[in-house]
Design a protein around this ligand. Structure first.
Ligand code: C2G
Length: 750
């Protein structure tokens, strides 16, 4: 047996499938996998034993809850392979991982390879790779201070040109920014070598048992090798709230104690490596960074007792540092170290605080954004709250629309003079606001001022992560649609531009006081998808009240809106309102869109009878030029309020957008242009409903199908009559035109 792969398993069912599947696909077949269960349920253990694998799979247990170090040791005891590879159950390997590592293994005690960091599971990882977009970053820099310090490290841990012991060691140290990021993952070890050197994991270590293991192995190895290719895929968890990786748990006293203890244990090994003095220097540099970014910060943030408890050990470590390593440090680091030799933790904390105030000041001078945030936090948020001020925001300030618009108009009409209104609007909208209100651009100084001072916040999306909820604030979250696509905590993969989405979302929802639910279906989903346990307003959507106007009013308004848009009142209107695609973006909240409808063909075939309104999602930044189809196609993507477009449309074409739940209130025909259904459903999001079963209109896949459907709308309506009725009962049952009134009465002072 060439290799034993040891996989500790703590019941992370969501991930282990990918891990084992990557072993099924190894080019090298001569290996065994040993999964060591630690604190798993019987069912989880059984499920593993029952797995049909293309390799020898042994399932063991630690016999309790003993941690990852113990689990790996159990694996080591049972391993029969010539070599050992540790694999975490949330990670996976490239198919050539074992063969590439083995090709270099002869005559070496270990072969190191750098890891690939990703937020994704295998399917999405490889899909992206195919599109040349794999996020194959190395382990990420976690905070700004570390990034700055890292520049130091880069110079201090300078790997040599030729392949030497030190070069491999330096590459290993540099593979991760943090000291606790030193990892066994991605290293192939000679099993007999580990045994001879009695290298095992120290089971008393919770967070960083890899560190002494790897350093011991390196120190004992004479001829370590390095594989240039990266074959180990290290998955970061996109849900640090429910399923944090060890590296995502923030530093505590225990972790700091552990790292200090490890430094004391390891330093003598490196100091004894007199033939390679750069090794200690490099490791010391890593420790210094840990001291500056973590230990000294802990002095600031930790309690007095904890500080005092950490201090003696930290001082001992500092005394073991090489003077050369200190001399290589940046000015502030050097000063802080010097100061730490002779001062108590409170004094060190004071120095750190002073330094960070200077840094803040520096940032304020350099950046207007930082300056505004500072004013928000330190000045505006300390001013008196204005009890009758209401801030409204729709789609991140993109337009005057959606439920906030109707709540504002209702308040203005029914409580004249009682409230002061502020609208967050990025564009200088031509729209005349019906009631006096201040306007502020998102992230302008005025914005921060109003955000801090207003008592009420009415938003249909998320507020910035750094929003400060003040005592007495009322946050009304209206949200913006019945969910079809899986949301936040129900999404396995976060394929949007920001993989930190779940964590941020969690923080944001903690400040919501009220959440509007359009129907029971949404209410149930919001509870788990947002992890929201605040007050739910079971009212329907204020934005849909307009769809319940009396027929006469509707007719009048329709004529008015058509006139506003320059649409021939005799023409029937098709509204095409697709959603966005998570994986097609330029940057954060800057998405692309490709029009798949053949406009020319459509214009030729139905242009006499219809006009088509193209309405892209508010995330889409591509503005599609429809001038060649003048008189037939109109780009209404910048139009403020889609509800007004629903009103004038005779038929809706959409895809996976929640617009159809709203449009259904009009009981008019709907077509679903789902040209990328498979990808959207299975790779990008997944749906909450069985679309084949429930959609109240046909799914269509090309322009011809869409045109055929438009030409046979009466038949389609007949065909979908029952489905449409059932659909409306389920999703539109709470709507009757009075949602705004109900919401306002529940939230605002009478
Ligand atoms: N919208 C629009 N034009 C489009 C698509 C959407 O004006 N072409 C508006 C509609 O008001 C719609 C809302 O944006 O209800 C949300 O759009 P979705 O396409 O459903 O996508 P998303 O913003 O991801 O929201 O629970 C709902 C989900 O969060 C979906």
């Amino acid at each position: 047996m060439k290799v034993s792969i040891i996989i500790p398993y703590h019941g992370e069912e969501k991930y282990i499938g990918d891990c084992l599947a990557s072993l099924d696909e190894q080019e090298e077949k001569d290996f065994e996998a040993i999964v060591v269960c630690d604190d798993c349920t019987e069912e989880q253990i059984e499920a593993l034993r029952a797995r049909e694998s293309k390799f020898s799979l042994t399932v063991l247990t630690t016999g309790g809850k003993r941690g990852v170090a113990a689990a790996r040791n159990v694996g080591l005891e049972h391993a029969a392979g010539d070599y050992i590879l540790f694999l975490d159950c949330d990670d996976y390997l490239e198919p050539n991982a074992l063969s590439e590592l083995l090709a270099l293994a002869e005559g070496r005690e270990l072969v190191f390879s750098k890891r690939i960091g990703t937020w994704y599971g295998r399917k999405f990882f490889y899909d992206k790779k195919q599109d040349n977009e794999a996020d194959d970053q190395e382990e990420e820099i976690e905070d700004e201070d570390e990034a700055e310090e890292d520049e130091d490290d880069e110079q201090a841990i300078e790997p040599a040109e030729e392949e030497t012991w030190y070069r491999t060691f330096a590459h290993m140290l540099r593979a991760d920014n943090t000291i606790q990021g030193i990892s066994v993952l991605g290293i192939l070890f000679d099993r007999k070598f580990l045994e001879k050197q009695s290298i095992r994991f120290e089971e008393n270590l919770i967070y960083a048992s890899d560190v002494p293991f790897v350093i011991r192995a390196f120190c004992a190895a004479e001829n370590p090798g390095e594989l240039k290719q990266r074959i180990y895929i290290h998955r970061r968890h996109n849900d640090p709230i429910n399923l944090p990786a060890i590296s995502q748990i923030s530093d505590s006293k225990t972790r700091i104690d552990e790292i200090l203890g490890i430094y004391k244990e390891i330093e003598p090994l490196l100091a004894a490596k007199t033939e390679e003095p750069r090794a200690k220097l490099a490791f010391d540099r890593k420790f210094i960074r840990y001291y500056v970014t973590r230990v000294s910060k802990f002095y600031v943030e930790g309690g007095k007792k904890e500080r005092e408890a950490v201090y003696p050990q930290a001082l001992e470590c500092l005394r073991m540092l090489s003077l050369d390593a200190i001399a290589h440090s940046r000015r502030y680091t050097k000063k802080l170290l010097k100061y730490s030799f002779t001062h108590r933790p409170e004094e060190i904390a004071k120095k750190v605080r002073r330094h960070s105030s200077f840094q803040t000041l520096g940032r304020l001078v350099k950046s207007r954004a930082a300056c505004k945030k500072y004013m928000y936090r330190k000045v505006f948020s300390r001013m008196k709250m204005i009890d009758n001020m209401v801030v409204f925001e729709s789609f991140f300030g993109r337009n005057y629309s959606d439920s906030p618009k109707y709540i504002y108009e209702y308040l203005g009409k029914n409580y004249p003079g009682k409230y002061k209104f502020v609208w967050i609007l990025n564009r200088r909208s031509e729209e005349k606001m019906p009631f006096p209100c201040k306007r502020a651009k998102r992230f302008s100084l005025r914005y921060f001022y109003y955000m801090a001072r207003a008592k009420y916040h009415v938003f249909n999306g998320r507020q910035p992560v750094y929003f400060i909820k003040r005592k007495g604030n009322v946050f009304l979250e209206t949200w913006h649609g019945t969910p079809l696509k899986k949301l936040v905590f129900d999404m396995d993969e976060v394929t949007t531009a920001s993989p930190l989405y779940k964590k941020q979302f969690y923080t944001q929802t903690r400040s919501w006081d009220y959440l509007v639910a359009p129907n029971q279906f949404s209410e149930d989903i919001f509870r788990h998808a947002f992890m929201y346990d605040g007050k739910m307003l079971e009212t329907g959507y204020p934005r849909n009240d307009i769809l319940y106007l009396k027929d006469k009013e509707k007719e009048q308004l329709t004529l008015e809106i058509k006139r506003e848009l320059g649409i021939d009142p005799a023409k029937k209107v098709i509204l095409y309102a697709p959603t966005w695609r998570d994986d097609e973006f330029y940057d954060h909240a800057q998405y692309k869109f490709t029009l798949k409808l053949d406009m020319e063909k459509m214009q030729k075939q139905i242009g006499d009878e219809y006009v088509l309104l193209l309405r892209t999602h508010y995330f889409i930044v591509d503005f599609l030029d429809l001038t060649p189809y003048q008189g037939f196609a109109y780009n209404v993507s910048k139009y403020n309020d889609i509800a007004r477009l629903y009103l004038i449309s005779d038929v809706l074409i959409t895809d996976y957008s929640s617009v159809f739940f709203d449009y259904a209130n009009l009981r008019r025909p709907m077509l679903f242009f789902t040209y990328d259904l498979d990808k959207y459903q299975s790779v990008l999001r997944g749906f909450y409903m069985d679309v084949e079963e429930e959609l109240p209109g046909p799914m269509l896949f090309d322009t011809d199908e869409v045109l055929d459907a438009i030409e046979s709308l009466p038949q389609i309506q007949k065909q979908y009559e029952d489905k449409y009725r059932i659909f409306c009962e389920k999703y539109c049952g709470w709507e009757d035109g009075s949602a705004t009134k109900k919401v306002v009465e529940a939230v605002f002072d009478k």
